[in-house]
Write a protein that binds this ligand. Sequence first.
Ligand code: FMN
Length: 298
Amino acid sequence: MANITTYPFASQCTDFGADLVWTPMVHTDTIINNWNEAEKILNFKKITNYIIQLVGSEPGKFEEAIKIIKKNNLNPLGFDINTGCPDKNILKSGCGGSLLKNPNLILDIVKSAQKATTLPISVKTRAGYDNHNDIYELAPRLIDLGISILTIHPRTVRQGYAGSADWDIIKSIQSSLFENQPSAKLIGSGDIKTWQEAIRAKQKTSCDGVMIGRGALGRPWIFKEIKDEKDYGPSLREIKMLAIDLSIKANSIWGDKGIVESKKHYASYFRGFDGAKELRLKLMTAKNLEDVRNILAN
Ligand SMILES: Cc1cc2nc3c(=O)[nH]c(=O)nc-3n(C[C@H](O)[C@H](O)[C@H](O)COP(=O)(O)O)c2cc1C
């Protein structure tokens, strides 16, 4: 998730058993023109099971960006292309979800990315731009190109986050296109908030995997819960240790500015118990890692 699931949080998700994590999307122009900034988002350090997600609109720049990433010795398992983001600015610049208006351009982007690397190329998308059925035309063309994973968030771009994710689409894409199809995998994404929902979604659709976004915020242990098929229920002390760990890692990447990254997560970690609001307010006053340690000391 852009600006949120950077290395500090992603590493907690993998520690709790997430099989795969994606970097936040990074624009090909940022990689090409401002590698220092891009590297802070794309370098997932000791994580071995991560996929780098790129966003952009010019096919040649995907090839160029991937070559730069390779030259800088990052070791993702593969590269993912964002064709689903509904953010207004992203749409205005012809990237993300707006690519669904031009499926041929998506195919050109995939081909360009494939030219740059032998690593798997995957695509993250939505059901369509305006129409929930667009994906039925796009998906087979992507499979023919040899993509490794298709992740579908079954809302339209126009919908944004309104309404609910339609997992029937995942089910029918799985049975019509992926069932007897050995190379590409299908992942469903949308509205999964509990381990029970994740298991039900997988059983109902037979898809290869379930992606969890908002449901993991403040609860990276959801991945352990899914694997164990039971609640985890960490103590407040453990959650405080996770928040400190997040801040140490953010500090190692951004220095004191890492506090801004960590604050995006504190509200999700500390909720639902007596005194949560006071603790959150205190954390919002923290200026650096030391402040965080002091506030969370007891
Ligand atoms: C704040 C925010 C940032 C997101 N950033 C990305 C992103 O960078 N790349 C991407 O593929 N999807 C992104 N998404 C979409 C999620 O990956 C996911 O498909 C969507 O939120 C539905 O799943 P969820 O209900 O589990 O969150 C983002 C969603 C949110 C709310």
